[in-house]
Design a protein. Sequence first.
Lengths: 223, 223
Amino acid sequence: MTTSGPGPMPGVEDPRQLLHDAGTRLAERFTGHFAPETIERYLFESYAALRRTSRLTAFLPVLAETFARERLTALAQHQGSIARDVPEVLLVCEQNAGRSQMAAALIDRHAAGSVHVRSAGSQPAAEVGPEVVAVMGELGIDLADAFPKPLTDDVVRAADVVVTMGCGDACPIYPGRTYLDWDLADPAGRPLDEVRAIRDEIDARARDLVATVLAHHQEGASS
Amino acid sequence: MTTSGPGPMPGVEDPRQLLHDAGTRLAERFTGHFAPETIERYLFESYAALRRTSRLTAFLPVLAETFARERLTALAQHQGSIARDVPEVLLVCEQNAGRSQMAAALIDRHAAGSVHVRSAGSQPAAEVGPEVVAVMGELGIDLADAFPKPLTDDVVRAADVVVTMGCGDACPIYPGRTYLDWDLADPAGRPLDEVRAIRDEIDARARDLVATVLAHHQEGASS
């Protein structure tokens, strides 16, 4: 029987030091919001979840910190210990590699800070699709830091609006949120012309959604 | 904009009551081991994780309770607040629908209580493969209650031995555990004769593994 012995296996990175440092930063950020055990669990489960599917192995501790920070923020918003200043929109598709990434970036552009977006996938892909990165780059939107993430309970809870795109029943349904389903073609592996057409359709929907969400938000605030 | 209003959407189950009851049972079981917030988070994140991929929608609150209980037990074992009486073996394949399910059931049979097994997948399938259920049934092993689960940090931490089967680098590597990789054909969608051959190969490896793990365990206990 081979054994890893007291240290890491040869040729395999040991993420513990990087994750330890990330945990220290998260603990500082969320002091008073969560117990240290909760923060550590979120970080390590976020790492394990991304490791299952992501191709970006060398960056996983960094991505895990980003993912855990976003999840803890969502949870604190849901619990009311971090303020929700603007409406929260969650975009969900199957792979979080195309449609939901484009929708998140385009809503973010049109909202200009008046709406906050998150995205996730029911079966996250290894990386954002290169054709998607290309057509978003044509609009001056850089998806270099975007990565596919699994859908988690915390981000659903923090959402005011959940938009699903081709992921069936993958999303938990909680009352009090608005659920929308967008019927869009999947850009994965399609020619650039088709991906551009999908991008432009998402762009039109993103503009409408931002306008509608802000109108509802103001209505709610004034009622 | 359609809205779900104050209650659940028409035709969509509201899991809250079932999950609330499950949370009460888990809180009783893990009193003194974990804070209530940790237990609630494990339950809801287990629910969201299974909902992403499982086909067994009607049973999801029950499966989520089982999955969360197993994860919390693993975490408590890792932290030392629940005793690890026997060696823990974790089986990981891509879908947790065939190889790792067969291996877990066969190790469990051969170990007869002297080893504890868990299984998980890097990209869990919607259900255990019907051909796998069939050939395991031929041995008198009922997989009716088995379901594909995503690989989580907690079960890796609780493991003494991790066996991977065709899931690449999906598994976090922590020192102090023994890592093995079994090269096995994927039974998904194969004719029953081929699935039986894979089953029998796993069965032989399962016998060997149980013998080796117990020998190491006794060696460790006597040294």
